[in-house]
Design a binder for this molecule. Structure first.
Ligand code: PRP
Length: 209
């Protein structure tokens, strides 16, 4: 039987996601074993899970290495992978926001220096308000940039707001709310539509309205 390949985001969110799959009837007990294996399958159910870096899930799904997966809306907005977005799982909730040091004052007429991992989201946001920016693309610890005067502001994920607070930064503008989404490869949706539909309905039934 052809296995259904599922890309799960490694980390705390991924564990929550797996629990939802389990409750939907697609359990794979070996995934809970403490080891460094990256793939786990339940041959009886015809499902194989694998852990990937959260920002890589959409790549696996777009290229068909995974039939379905769970990715943050931030990644979908930033990279616009050619996949179907099937369901908002209503977990992993946070937002993309602009943040700056408390004493920040925008100087109109000068390009605003914006440090971010989300260059496309940032560009789209500032385009929409007609503000010229200079993007500084970083891969992590974005909060450091304004502290060291590498940038004026940052565009980053804010969840509890703790990282900002502890670094004397504050949100000056919300850009977009984020949550985890179930995504599917386009061809798989056709050829494995039955099982994908079953999973999608099983997950949807756990979302509190
Ligand atoms: C994200 C984000 C912030 C932090 C926000 O970082 O980039 O740094 O979480 O969470 P909070 O509002 O609850 O403090 P992540 O852990 O993904 O690491 P990185 O950006 O440094 O790679």
């Amino acid at each position: 039987m052809d296995m259904l390949n599922v890309a799960l985001p490694k980390g705390r969110l991924g564990e929550k996601v797996y629990d939802m799959f389990e409750k939907a009837g697609f359990e794979c007990p070996s995934i809970k074993e403490e080891n460094r294996k990256l793939t786990f399958e339940n041959a009886e159910l015809g499902i194989r899970y694998f852990w990937v870096k959260p920002s890589d899930v959409a790549i696996y799904v777009e290229r068909g290495a995974a039939d379905i997966g769970v990715a943050g809306k931030d990644i979908l907005l930033e990279y616009k992978p050619d996949v179907y977005e099937l369901l908002d799982l209503d977990i992993g909730k946070c937002r993309v926001a602009v943040a700056a040091p408390a004493d920040f004052r925008d100087v109109p007429g000068r390009a605003l220096k914006v440090a971010t991992k989300f260059a496309n989201i940032a560009k789209a946001h500032y385009d929409s308000i007609g503000r010229e920016i200079d993007i500084i693309h970083l891969n992590g610890s974005i909060e450091l940039a304004p502290i060291l005067k590498l940038s004026d502001v940052i565009v980053d994920i804010v969840e509890t707001g703790r990282t900002l607070k502890e670094n004397n930064l504050e949100v000056i503008e919300d850009i977009v709310p984020i949550s985890a989404r179930l995504i599917a490869n386009k061809a798989s949706s056709k050829f494995k539509g039955e099982i994908i539909g079953k999973i999608s309905r099983g997950l949807a039934s756990q979302i509190s309205l």
